[in-house]
Design a protein around this ligand. Structure first.
Ligand SMILES: Nc1ncnc2c1ncn2[C@@H]1O[C@H](COP(=O)(O)OP(=O)(O)O)[C@@H](O)[C@H]1O
Ligand SMILES: [Mg+2]
Length: 257
């Protein structure tokens, strides 16, 4: 069953020069899938996440999330939809500096006037799952980048969303924290069945996913599915990236953990 359907979506930015950031893009994401989206810089990856998350409106085409067409909702329905169905994770964490880890995580719930005891329960179970119980009282400037991203993932999960959208979630992390965060996303995906769409330029990060979708100039370019060996999947990702052009980096000596 598909939880996300992108149907011939086009996004044109009008300006001094008009720019076609997405061009008749179509694909579907299955419920429970962990999908990576890759493509050169400027290929439309962030635009894609923005039209799915309703931050931006497609110029044409249709998007369906779990049977709902978010771009047809009114303002109130949309706010509710975004809070309930979607979780967001960003490259720079987007935590509020004056709030503690716990307060950052419950923020979406307080917006819904949730019962305090219920909130407490949710925080406990999510922070346990993420292994961040010991830092709940700390503020963002007192924790590591990896812990900050786990907090942001906690905030995204607190509503039990059906779809998590992550834009370069490991872009600001060192390789150990990246692996931690990716393994965590993988576990959440497997255990909770949460569907994840993750934009990344890192082929190692992409190799944690079930499938990698490649886009170029806002258009579908290719896709590959994981196989039994992460190393061959990783090699396959590198091969498509080299076809895509742009700087791939030197991964010739990388052995995956
Ligand atoms: N708000 C905007 N106004 C005009 N052009 C934009 C806007 N956002 C993105 N673009 C352009 O659309 C293209 C795709 O951008 P983006 O989706 O950010 O790519 P990516 O995330 O793959 O690097 C780029 O050429 C970018 O300059
Ligand atoms: Mg981007």
């Amino acid at each position: 069953m598909s939880i996300l359907k992108i149907d011939e979506v086009t996004k044109v930015y009008e300006g001094k020069v008009t720019h076609r950031a997405l061009n008749q893009l179509s694909f579907e994401v299955e419920k429970g899938e962990f999908l990576a989206v890759m493509g050169p810089s400027g290929s439309g990856k962030t635009t894609l996440l923005n039209v799915v998350s309703t931050i931006d409106t497609p110029t044409s085409g249709e998007i369906t999330v779990d049977g709902i067409k978010p771009h047809e909702l009114n303002k109130n329905e949309l706010a509710y939809f975004r809070r309930r169905q979607l979780g967001f994770v960003f490259q720079d964490f987007n935590l509020l500096q004056m709030l503690t880890v716990e307060e950052n995580m419950v923020l979406p719930l307080t917006l819904d006037n949730m019962d305090v005891e219920l909130m407490e329960e949710r925080v406990q179970s999510v922070s346990k799952q993420l292994g961040i119980q010991s830092i709940l009282e700390k503020r963002p400037n007192e924790i590591s980048g990896g812990q900050a991203q786990k907090t942001a993932i906690g905030r995204a999960l607190i509503h039990k969303p059906s779809l998590i959208l992550a834009d370069e979630p490991t872009g600001n992390l060192d390789s150990n924290s990246s692996r931690d965060v990716l393994e965590l996303l993988g576990r959440i995906n497997k255990k909770e069945g949460t569907t994840i769409v993750m934009v990344t330029h890192d082929p190692i990060a992409a190799s944690y996913c079930d499938r990698v979708l490649f886009i170029k100039d806002g258009e579908y370019f290719n896709e590959i599915y994981k196989d039994d060996h992460r190393q061959t999947f990783f090699q396959g990702i590198l091969n498509v990236l080299s076809l895509l052009g742009g700087h791939v980096g030197d991964f010739s000596t990388v052995r995956l953990p």
